[in-house]
Design a protein around this ligand. Structure first.
Ligand code: AKG
Length: 330
């Protein structure tokens, strides 16, 4: 993990016009046009130690309004479908009359606004602090938890799904709704990203995208911390962090836009048939064809899960579940 952030003060740039203060109490003054460093040393230290971080006020109301409009249009498109597609992962209770979308897959391929969000100067400033100057988008997904029925995600490490040559990789969760304790927040097990191990995500010899809680006596799930925050906040979790999330027990929706971001020299061990596709995912800085290899624990997610298409489908194979799964009553 790198943390090479440089703090700049207004005095260093006498021509500043738009000074704004970021949400954090002891955070540095930053410039509207160039967010040099939004994270405090405390936040950087917490990310390194715990493997996750929530930063408030990354996106403003205007951006949230634009995002919600685009998301509502995408959800409306699910009225035409009866089964999972390349775009939609559906709740088991979905019907075209009453669309219930669990996930929109790869939204960055569906609307330019999702690229605009991940390339927003505030977000790229944070990404640079956590991953270094060159950052590539590995993938994206929009996970939605409907009131009273949003699906749980079993404990897992993202690293099990997409091993790379090094682990300077994280997922950003842009909170489109207020995320609270009872509407299915992402749950993080602090410090698990530093344990030199990849937990088994296989069952009966096949990848299932989830860890059997009975097979992980070394983990104390009661220590999990909920990544809560107001809409417009972002969570950042390390690719090797053990995390999951429970069902939405509230009457409020929870939409979380997830971007998987990688240092450019973290090359995936699976996927990418062309260099153009790899280069086309650069968020900031320079791409590279020289992967940086490090001694990291890896287990390939092969043979593939019996039910493919999304983590929800993969995890249906897990016999011993930790989270209850509530299904909406039609
Ligand atoms: O939506 C969530 O709360 C967590 C999702 C997650 O961990 C995943 O999709 O990999």
């Amino acid at each position: 993990m790198r943390g090479n952030a440089v703090r700049h003060s207004p005095q260093e740039a006498p021509t500043i016009r738009n000074l704004i203060r970021s949400g954090e109490n002891d955070c540095c003054w930053i410039f509207a046009t160039e967010y040099t460093n939004l994270l405090t040393d405390t936040q950087l230290g917490a990310y390194r130690k715990d493997g996750f971080l929530v930063v408030e006020n990354v996106f403003d109301q205007a951006m949230l309004d634009r995002l919600r409009k685009v998301v509502a249009e995408l959800i409306a498109g699910a009225a035409d479908v009866t089964d999972h597609t390349d775009v939609y992962d559906l709740e088991p209770t979905h019907t075209p009359q009453q669309p219930r979308v669990r996930r929109i897959k790869t939204p960055h391929k569906l609307h330019p606004l999702f690229w605009e969000v991940v390339k927003h100067p505030k977000l790229t400033s944070i990404l640079r602090s956590l991953l270094g100057p060159n950052v590539r988008l590995h993938g994206s997904k929009l996970n939605m938890k409907l009131p009273h029925c949003g699906a749980a995600v079993e404990w897992h490490q993202d690293w099990a799904f997409y091993p790379h040559t090094n682990d300077d990789i994280l997922a950003v969760g842009v909170m489109l709704d207020d995320v609270e304790e009872d509407n299915g927040p992402l749950l993080a097990l602090p410090g698990t990203h530093r344990i030199d191990k990849i937990w088994d995500h296989h069952q009966d010899g096949r990848f299932c995208g989830a860890m059997d809680p009975a097979a992980t006596p070394d983990l104390d799930y009661s220590k999990a911390v909920a990544c809560t925050g107001k809409a417009g906040s972002c969570s950042f979790h390390h690719v090797r962090l053990v995390h999951g999330s429970s069902t939405n027990k509230s009457d409020k929706p929870r939409q979380l836009m997830l971007y998987e971001c990688a240092a450019a020299d973290a090359w995936p061990l699976l996927r990418f048939s062309t260099l153009e596709e790899y280069d086309g995912r650069m968020i900031c800085g320079e791409s590279t064809i020289e992967p940086r290899t490090e001694r990291v624990p890896i287990r390939m997610p092969l043979p593939p899960a019996l039910a493919e298409g999304s983590i929800y489908e993969n995890q249906t194979a897990l016999r011993n579940r930790y989270f209850e799964t509530k299904r909406a009553v039609t």
